[in-house]
Design a protein around this ligand. Structure first.
Ligand code: SF4
Length: 325
C-alpha cells in the first residue's frame, strides 16, 4: 500500500464546529508485502488519522492511495481494498457491540462483506482457535473478557477476512507488560503464518523496536523520519527521533548522557510553528530552522529525514542533496 497526500481536515474527523486545519499534511508512505511498519509519534501527532486515511475510513482532501499496484479512486475501489485490509482499533471492547456475543462479532465482517458462512458458530470457533482462545468464548459478551482476551478477539475479528494488510492502532495500550508480549507474539506468529503486512501505530518505542522492519516517525501530522528499524535506533537522524529514543527507559547510560529528553508539549495544529515545526522543542535549532521549512529528503539508502541539520552529519547541512519542497 502507498499513500501520498494530506489535507485531512479536522472537520472530517471531528463533529465540533472548529476552524478547519490540516491534521495530516504532505505525507508520502509506502509499505511492502509482508512488511511490518511501525508508525510512531506522541499523542496528537496524527498517526491514527494517517492509518485511518490509508484505509479510506477518513478522506484526504488531496492525494493518492494505491493498494497492491492499483490506484484507489472510487467507492468500489475502497470497498475492494477494505475486503483485503483490516484495522484493529485501540479499544477493542469499545469497538465491539456490547449486545452481541463473541461468536456473532467474529463473523460480522464476513457477513457485512456478503461472504456466505454456512455455520457461523463453527467459523467463530475456528477464529478463536487461531488466536488461542477456547471455543466456549463464542457465547461470551465483550464485557466478560479480560483486556488480553479482548485484544485477541480484536486480532481474530481483524483476520476474519484474511486481509493482506493489518493496521493495528496501539495494540498493547492498557495491557500489562506480560500480556503485551503475548499479543505482539500472537500478531507476529499469525503474520508469518498468514503472510499479511502490518502497520503498527504506537508511541511505545521499546515494543516497536522488536517487532517492526521499518519505522516511520510522525510529528504534527508530517513524517519527519523513515528508515529500517535497527538503523533508526542505532543512529537516529532527526532530533525528534533521537529525543524520543532517549526518553524511552532503555538501560544505556551512554545515550542518556549524550541527548536530552524531548522537552515541552507538542504544539497545536491550530498554530503550527513557523519554519521547521519542531524548532520550538529542538535542542539543536538554529536561526534558519525558525524561518525555512526543511524538505523531506533521502539522506542515504532507505533513510528519509525532514531536517536542515540531520544528526548523522554532525548537525551540518548535508552536501549534494537535492532540495525538496
Ligand atoms: Fe531541529 Fe532545525 Fe532540524 Fe528542525 S530543521 S529538527 S529545528 S535542526
Amino acid at each position: 500500500v502507498s499513500f501520498t497526500g494530506g489535507g485531512v481536515l479536522n472537520r472530517l474527523i471531528n463533529p465540533f464546529p472548529l476552524p478547519a486545519f490540516n491534521v495530516i499534511d504532505s505525507v508520502t508512505l509506502s509499505m511492502l508485502p509482508r512488511e511490518t511498519l511501525g508508525l510512531v509519534g506522541e499523542s496528537g501527532s496524527g498517526k491514527t488519522t494517517l492509518a485511518r486515511t490509508i484505509l479510506g475510513l477518513v478522506r484526504a482532501a488531496a492525494g493518492r492511495i494505491a493498494f497492491e499496484g492499483r490506484d484507489i479512486r472510487t467507492q468500489a475501489d475502497f470497498r475492494a481494498m477494505r475486503r483485503r485490509s483490516a484495522m484493529m482499533f485501540q479499544d477493542p471492547v469499545a469497538s465491539l457491540s456490547p449486545r452481541l456475543r463473541i461468536g456473532m462479532l467474529l463473523t460480522e465482517p464476513q457477513v457485512i462483506q456478503g461472504v456466505l458462512i454456512p455455520d457461523r458458530r463453527a467459523a467463530a470457533r475456528a477464529l478463536l482457535a487461531l488466536v488461542g482462545l477456547p471455543a466456549s468464548f463464542v457465547d461470551r459478551f465483550p464485557h466478560e473478557l479480560s483486556g488480553g482476551q479482548a485484544r485477541r478477539v480484536g486480532v481474530a475479528r481483524a483476520l476474519a477476512m484474511k486481509p493482506h494488510l493489518l493496521l493495528a492502532d496501539e495494540p498493547t495500550a492498557g495491557l500489562d507488560v506480560s500480556v503485551q508480549g503475548d499479543v505482539l507474539n500472537l500478531i507476529g506468529e499469525l503474520k508469518r503464518e498468514l503472510g499479511f503486512a502490518a502497520m503498527i501505530v504506537t508511541h511505545n518505542l521499546a515494543m516497536i523496536r522488536h517487532v517492526s522492519d521499518r519505522l516511520a516517525i510522525m510529528y504534527l501530522g508530517r513524517l519527519v523520519e523513515t528508515g529500517p528499524t535497527q538503523d533508526v535506533f542505532s543512529s537516529p537522524m532527526h532530533p525528534y527521533t533521537a529525543t524520543l529514543i532517549q526518553s524511552e527507559p532503555i538501560p544505556d547510560p551512554r545515550r542518556r548522557s549524550q541527548n536530552p529528553a524531548v522537552s515541552g508539549e507538542i504544539p497545536s495544529v491550530f498554530r503550527r510553528p513557523s519554519g521547521c515545526e519542531f524548532h520550538t522543542r529542538c535542542p539543536i535549532a538554529q536561526e534558519r530552522c525558525r524561518a525555512e521549512p526543511p524538505a523531506y529528503r533521502q539522506i542515504s539508502a532507505g533513510r528519509m529525514v525532514r531536517c536542515h541539520f540531520p544528526l548523522e552529519t554532525g548537525g551540518q547541512e548535508p552536501r549534494n542533496q537535492p532540495k525538496g519542497k
